[in-house]
Design a protein around this ligand. Structure first.
Ligand SMILES: [Fe+2]
Ligand SMILES: [Fe+2]
Length: 292
């Protein structure tokens, strides 16, 4: 690990903390033209059926799906905080990794509070994660070795970062959400740098089998994230005539859009330590629709 670089990251985190309480203009209410999620990220955009939605239904689709996205972030980050807390117990207090992870924990807890506050501000009602997600999330968090969990975390951070970038750069995004994504982007950028630096050593030491295993762990993490956002209940809430049918179309559409829009950075990362090989490539193609 590049100690100097990690010292720099710790210093920024301490000297320039971004407090959601003051950084985000919570007092602002959404203006009439504001959206909650850029259309490109909503599950139905790009389909014929999207044109049959009224402007209010489109706005509501974005609001519900955005709430689902940030509620999933908060849950995933809470799980990762559990792991980091256990992990730093194995390291001395003055260890550079311990010291950085304390900063990351502080920031991740603030993020969870921020996401919760944003959901409340939007009058959101997140749908609980499925039993499958709950099981795999908790099981892997408890039993996977640290290097695999860091691989998982950096992959989730890389794809959610792309997601956030679309949202914060959208011209008519509700300002509260813009600042929320700005804050998250800045702090997650540091977490990504740290984790990549940490994983460089693991990846350098890894042989064919281990790199294959890392690649699969990342693939499953991305699949895990991708399948948390699109929910049938949302189509019922916005009053679609046939929510089952819309859900089926939306899932396939979202898979396609997600692979087109959100996988570039993670593919470059996996490629950097030769994580694509004969055993993994087919899975990335068929499960994630990735162009690798
Ligand atoms: Fe975060
Ligand atoms: Fe993070």
């Amino acid at each position: 690990m590049d100690v100097k670089e990690v010292e720099r990251l710790i210093k920024i985190s301490k000297e320039r903390p971004l407090m959601p309480e003051t950084y985000i203009p919570w007092h602002l209410e959404p203006a009439a033209e504001d959206v909650f999620l850029p259309e490109i990220l909503t599950s139905l955009q790009g389909l014929e059926i999207y044109h049959t939605l009224t402007p209010v239904q489109k706005l509501e689709l974005g609001r519900h799906e955005l709430v689902q996205v940030i509620a999933s972030y908060a849950w995933g980050e809470c799980l990762f905080c559990l792991f980091m807390t256990r992990h730093i117990l194995t390291l001395p207090l003055d260890h550079i990794e311990h010291r950085f992870l304390l900063r990351e924990l502080i920031e991740e807890f603030r993020h969870q509070e921020m996401f919760g506050q944003a959901i409340a501000k939007l009058g959101g009602n997140p749908i609980k994660q499925s039993g499958m997600h709950k099981f795999f999330g908790e099981f892997s968090n408890k039993y996977l070795p640290a290097d695999y969990l860091f691989m998982g975390s950096v992959s989730v951070e890389l794809v959610t970062d792309v997601y956030g970038n679309y949202a914060r750069r959208s011209p008519n995004i509700y300002p509260v959400l813009k600042k929320m994504f700005d804050l998250h982007n800045i702090e997650e950028g540091r977490h990504i740098l740290f984790t990549k630096s940490l994983l460089k050593e693991y990846a350098a030491k890894a042989g064919y089998i281990k790199r294959t295993a890392y690649s699969f762990v990342i693939l499953f993490n991305i699949l895990f994230v991708r399948t948390m956002y699109v929910k049938k209940e949302i189509f019922e809430r916005i009053g679609l005539e046939n929510p089952d049918h819309a859900y089926k179309l939306a899932r396939a559409n979202f898979k396609k859009k997600f692979s087109e829009n959100c996988l570039k950075d993670i593919i470059a990362f996996v490629d950097s330590w030769k994580g694509f090989n004969r055993l993994t490539r087919w899975a990335w193609r068929s499960v994630l629709g990735a162009n690798v």
